[in-house]
Design a protein around this ligand. Structure first.
Ligand SMILES: NC(=O)c1ccc[n+]([C@@H]2O[C@H](COP(=O)([O-])OP(=O)(O)OC[C@H]3O[C@@H](n4cnc5c(N)ncnc54)[C@H](OP(=O)(O)O)[C@@H]3O)[C@@H](O)[C@H]2O)c1
Length: 277
């Protein structure tokens, strides 16, 4: 049976990906901080030596975008060094690796959707550290799939959809940023893409794996309210009204070459599954 080792198995993506891999017929080794600290090369080597996976999906990361601004050492330790450790050991053994990366590798100044080979130039520490991870993966393991995703939401984690729903249950109106645009992505669709790539291998390289179409955070919140049947007013505001420690790219739309379905279709399914309570 094909065996897949997933790092960050207890994270938002990992908790949807692992059961889906099992359902698709794979054996799964769920790695997370408790059994394999990716920042420790000897631990990574020991686990990969023992488990002998056929594939690795490297989803573990330092994901607190704002905290990374003042904690860059930790962000780089996990996102760069940790990814280098995974890539070194998998590269030595010829194990293909999926590295889950981000739209934040781009500076947001484009006016047309970003393609995988467009120039990168992150504008915050998190983006810099994830880009350093991409470079490490490419350097140490030629059998790599870099999956850049964006605006991720899933059933088992803190995310924009659940934050908006919780706020809407307590407020008659929501003020949401309208001058940042991107591609909402459901963890389930990203997981399906991983499974498809394993089952039907294509060329190694960098792919944009995000929902098709695009919207602003305001548009996203408005759709969430519509699908939840909430009668809550969503007021568009500018980024300046919501100062955050880390800068966000204004334009984060990626060209996904049709890898994932339309973001609204996915959001509708997500809300049908979670229920509207
Ligand atoms: N969420 C988004 O909107 C988004 C957007 C674009 C890309 N991504 C990327 O997608 C991937 C999955 O994101 P997610 O939202 O599922 O992240 P998440 O929920 O924060 O999960 C990350 C996991 O990595 C684990 N981890 C952290 N440091 C580790 C270490 N040193 N060794 C082993 N495991 C460690 C965390 O464990 P602890 O919780 O115990 O620290 C957590 O379980 C990440 O690579 C992220 O960069 C996410």
């Amino acid at each position: 049976m094909t065996k897949v080792l997933v790092t960050g198995a207890k994270g938002m993506l990992g908790q949807d990906l692992c059961p889906m891999l099992k359902e698709a017929g794979f054996e799964v080794f769920e790695a997370d901080l408790h059994n394999m600290d990716i920042t420790k090369l000897t631990e990574v080597k020991a686990v990969i030596d023992a488990e002998k996976p056929d594939y690795i999906v490297h989803a573990a990361a330092y994901t607190n975008v704002d905290a990374a601004e003042t904690d860059s050492d930790t962000a780089f330790l996990i996102n760069k060094t940790g990814s280098a450790n995974i890539a070194k050991i998998s590269g030595e053994k010829g194990i293909p690796v999926f590295y889950i990366s981000t739209d934040y590798v781009f500076n947001g100044k484009n006016t047309v959707p970003y393609k995988p080979n467009d120039p990168v130039s992150p504008i915050n520490v998190y983006g810099e550290s994830k880009l350093a991870g991409e470079i490490a993966v490419k350097t140490h393991n030629s059998k790599h799939y870099i999956f850049r995703t964006s605006w991720l939401y899933g059933h088992k984690g803190k995310n924009f959809v659940e934050t908006m729903i919780a706020l809407a249950q307590k407020n008659p109106e929501l003020r949401v940023v309208a001058d940042q645009v991107g591609c909402p992505t459901w963890t389930v669709e990203l997981s399906k893409a991983v499974i498809n790539f394993i089952k039907n291998p294509v060329s190694y390289g960098t792919y944009h794996v995000c929902g098709s179409g695009s919207t602003s955070w305001h548009g996203f919140a408005s759709k969430i309210m519509e699908f939840m049947n909430y009668n809550v007013k969503v007021i568009p505001v500018s980024t300046d009204e919501f100062p955050r420690p880390a800068k966000r790219p204004a334009y984060s739309i990626m060209d996904n070459s049709g890898i994932c379905p339309d973001w609204q279709e996915s959001l509708k399914k997500y809300i049908e599954l979670r229920g509207n309570g």
